[in-house]
Design a binder for this molecule. Structure first.
Ligand SMILES: *[C@@H]1O[C@H](CO)[C@@H](O)[C@H](O)[C@H]1NC(C)=O
Ligand SMILES: *[C@@H]1O[C@H](CO)[C@@H](O)[C@H](O)[C@H]1NC(C)=O
Ligand SMILES: *[C@@H]1O[C@H](CO)[C@@H](O)[C@H](O)[C@H]1NC(C)=O
Ligand SMILES: *[C@@H]1O[C@H](CO)[C@@H](O)[C@H](O)[C@H]1NC(C)=O
Ligand SMILES: *[C@@H]1O[C@H](CO)[C@@H](O)[C@H](O)[C@H]1NC(C)=O
Ligand SMILES: *[C@@H]1O[C@H](CO)[C@@H](O)[C@H](O)[C@H]1NC(C)=O
Length: 306
């Protein structure tokens, strides 16, 4: 009795799922496991797996207490094991145990490399964690088709949440070999290798020149129109300003002469001239000033210059 408890040393985790009556058992790869039959410890029972009664039976070792002993479990040892009372159709006399074998992570999937001239971006996806959380990823590279040693891709410790990493200092127009794997507490996944060829500097220059050419031809027309519009506007504005300035100069010089001459006749011809009368009643003078004249003293009235 006590021995059987000791044998369960390799049993990592046991949970009884109510309702489905399926017992969950997890075990690390390469370990031994003893699966107990919950129905009875003595009596006529038999073990089967996934409903097939005669698979792998030769490897199976049923102990005295009706428990099933599996040595050196592998990934393919995972599955639902059934212990049932022989020659019985009563469903209460059947127990199901779901055995999960935990492993290092499976190979990464969707591993691709996107090279540029001196950089490359390595991308990957996780196909699973094998039953334990990923501890880290490791990525390396080297010149393709050589036996040179692998160079680490820094950072050396790629965090479990990463799904891409950049590789620096590559040579243009060169094919590289990249490899990457994931690690959990049980070990490494198989390595996944990909090849990538960096771009030619020349081809990139060519590409840049092509793009620039496109920019030039595209811009030439736009620039011509834009410059034309701007220059035309500037010339028109300049001409307008010149004309206005010229006009202003002429008017002001003529107006000053008028003003001096005009003062006297206004006073003589219009002695009752009163600048405080309603401007709208006034007849516009020669300068058509709409502004009210200003009286300096009793004798002098100054009309604002137009
Ligand atoms: C597993 O069982 C085998 C016998 O089937 C034994 O030789 C081996 O040492 C056991 N492994 C461990 C880790 O106890
Ligand atoms: C299970 O896998 C192991 C190694 O991974 C292999 O030796 C064995 O034949 C496999 N068993 C079955 C039933 O496929
Ligand atoms: C057995 O356990 C595995 C892993 O926990 C789970 O994916 C699977 O669905 C279970 N099978 C049954 C029949 O419960
Ligand atoms: C790389 O080394 C292996 C053995 O270590 C050898 O068989 C192979 O020819 C070598 N390849 C090159 C390209 O040197
Ligand atoms: C990844 O994790 C494993 C296990 O903890 C450790 O041995 C290994 O050195 C780590 N690798 C890197 C590159 O940090
Ligand atoms: C790029 O490499 C290929 C093969 O290695 C070679 O034929 C080609 O001339 C190289 N291009 C340049 C611009 O060096």
């Amino acid at each position: 009795m006590y021995k059987t408890v000791l044998l369960s040393f390799f049993l990592i985790c046991v949970t009884v799922t109510k309702g489905t009556k399926v017992k969950e058992v997890a075990v690390n790869i390469g370990r031994n496991i003893t699966i107990f039959c919950p129905i009875t410890k003595a009596g006529d029972i038999e073990w089967s797996r996934d409903g097939r009664k005669d698979t792998q039976k030769t490897e199976w070792n049923v102990l005295e207490d009706n428990s099933l002993f599996l040595a050196n479990v592998q990934k393919n040892s995972s599955g639902v094991y059934i212990c049932s009372r022989r020659n019985s159709v009563d469903s209460d006399e059947v127990a199901k145990i779901n055995v999960t074998v935990k492993t290092p992570p499976p190979p990464l999937k969707n591993v691709v490399v996107r090279p540029s001239t001196i950089l490359a971006l390595l991308l990957w996806d996780l196909a699973g964690d094998g039953g334990y959380p990923i501890v880290n990823f490791t990525a390396q590279y080297r010149l393709a088709y050589t036996n040179t040693s692998w160079l680490p891709i820094s950072p050396n410790h790629i965090t479990p949440n990463s799904r891409q990493i950049e590789v620096y200092n590559l040579t243009p127009n060169t094919t590289y070999q990249f490899r990457i794997w994931a690690t959990n507490q049980l070990g490494r996944s198989p390595q996944t290798e990909v090849y990538g060829t960096t771009l030619d500097v020349y081809s990139e220059e060519e590409l840049a020149r092509h793009l620039l050419q496109g920019v030039e031809t595209f811009d030439r027309r736009i620039w011509a129109v834009a410059v034309g519009i701007v220059m035309g506007t500037l010339i028109l504005l300049g001409l307008g300003v010149c004309f206005l300035l010229y006009h202003e100069c002429r008017i002001s010089s003529v107006g000053e002469e008028h003003e001096v001459i005009e003062l006297v006749p206004n006073i003589i011809l219009n002695p009752g001239f009163d600048p405080n009368t309603n401007p709208t009643d006034q007849v516009p003078d020669e300068n058509s000033n709409s502004e009210t004249p200003m009286r300096l003293n009793n004798n002098t009235v100054i009309h604002p210059i137009a």
